[in-house]
Design a protein around this ligand. Sequence first.
Ligand code: ADP
Length: 625
Amino acid sequence: MKQFQTESKRLLELMINSIYTRKEVFLRELISNASDALDKLAFRALTDSSVGLDRSDLYIKLDIDKDARTLTISDNGIGMTAKELEKNLGVIAKSGSLEFKEGLEQNENSDAIDVIGQFGVGFYSAFMVAERVEVLSKAFGSDKANLWISSGTDGYDIESAEKAEYGTTITLYIKPDADEETYSEYMETYRLRELIKKYSDYIRYPIKMDITHTHAEENGESHEHTETETVNSMLPIWRRPKADVTDEDREQFYQDKYYDTAKPLSTLTVNAEGLVSFTALLFIPRKAPYNYYTRDFQPGLELYSDGVLIMDKCSDLLPECFRFARGVVDTRDLTLNISRETLQHDRQLRVIARNLEKRVKDELKRLMTEAPDDYAEFWNAFGLQLKYGIISDFGSKKELLSDLLMFRSAKLKKLISLQEYADAMTEEQQYIYYAFGDETHANPRTETVLDSGYDVICLGEDTDEFVVQTLTKFGEKELRSVNNDDLGLPDSAEKKDELEKLGTEYKDVLEFAQSALGDAVAEVRVSLNLKSAPSYLTTRGYVTLELERYFKSLPNSEGEQMKAERVLELNAEHPAFAELKEAYISDKPKAEKIAKLMLYRALLIAGVEITDPGAFAELLDSLMI
Ligand code: ADP
């Protein structure tokens, strides 16, 4: 008996003792090898006319023998000589397997096991389900056949044998069922069919199986007959000529594949030639899957290497912010045997990812302008995802995403994009204004901005504060909260004069109020922007009340440090202000109470938690008697 080369032996041991749950991938590997062998022969026929071969004669066949507990996988491909059997199956010579093994060495834990399912690991995966493997092969053009036999790590034997046709027949002696593993399933027609559909449907050669059908006769009896059928569909929808596939076909494919009752919102077909050639078929769903915003949702596209599935959730093909897109990518420019680490850094893959990112972005932009109702539906389902996209990775995707955002306009009472907002801006408008709460929520400062003729976008979600903080600008225009102390409105000169005058006139009472409120506010001042409200809270600088609230809600107390600098504005035209002035002269303790009430009132409207409810209650009590 011959010994396996040390490296091969290690890989083999790993396969035999694999605790990996998806042992089923062995079938994909063997079918893919068979398909390669058919390719090689087809190629030889192309370049050598003496081969005289019809491509349509090439096939792969699966046979089950339950009594012998075997599964055989045969092909009439190029076959192997004794030397080739020795070289190909006795040694890990192939770069893919080697890469895989190197990956293992760097990462000697269960993660490595997972790699098996994701990447081609080749022939040895047969040992995950078989206790003994026989490879009977006859090389094309040779008159001798050979049998390679191995029961695992002990080694292997090669002997001469008989085989009528050229090609290779691999016989797997399926392991006995164990406690947690029912290997017998790999001798069930339905199961093998399922696996072929799952992993090898698009192999370009027919994968045949003998399928038994039962027919019920009218007299109640039934009879069986067996037919050899092709199980795979051979040509995937994305590789069929464009003219042969209708939009309905693609939509149906989407619905069947992703179990969606609704048609997709958009279907994208990409046929790229150039640096990297690939075909992609992508879909944008209408609704978010129920677990979309949870950890359970696994994003990623299916990655095919020339019709062979090599990864079913390849998340490196699209940026995280577009994880809602589903579909497949097929390229000849990636090898089947590729490890996860190499995949991530694969240049080709990055080229594909960049291309797809652009396609998805363009499609969303198209929907936005050409099909606003569809875009609204998309926004409803995945708007939050785009917002997350803006704030994650330190805003690295904000260029990509900012013009896809939608906000409610206080003026137009509908969703608008930032671009629409910007288009409607006048020359002298300095900022893009935003406010928290819906547009009906009475906010005197929103009203002030609206009165100046400018629109205000309304934010409602927790993430929104971060979205605006991360964006800071759209185009050249800065985003600014209506609660910002400085709104940059083109106040008339008279108004400014008047404010200044009032400020000087009421200097004493304002200073009094400020000292009564202590460090709760940085400044107390008069305002002419407050409509019917007696008082209102604004902030100065970067930290807004919303941001402060968010940081406070974080479990680490550092958030406590993030405090908005508060400015209490008092409405100089409100009777309550007259009361304050009056009391300041005649009854200072009362004036203090009014000042405090004005602050509490402003805090309540701003939605800021009152930190001293006891004091507030006492204050109210004192006013009731
Ligand atoms: P890989 O497919 O990555 O090269 P494998 O371990 O799966 O690695 O197979 C090793 C080699 O054995 C293949 O490269 C091929 O040359 C040969 N081989 C495997 N299966 C077949 C087959 N059915 N017919 C012909 N050659 C085969």
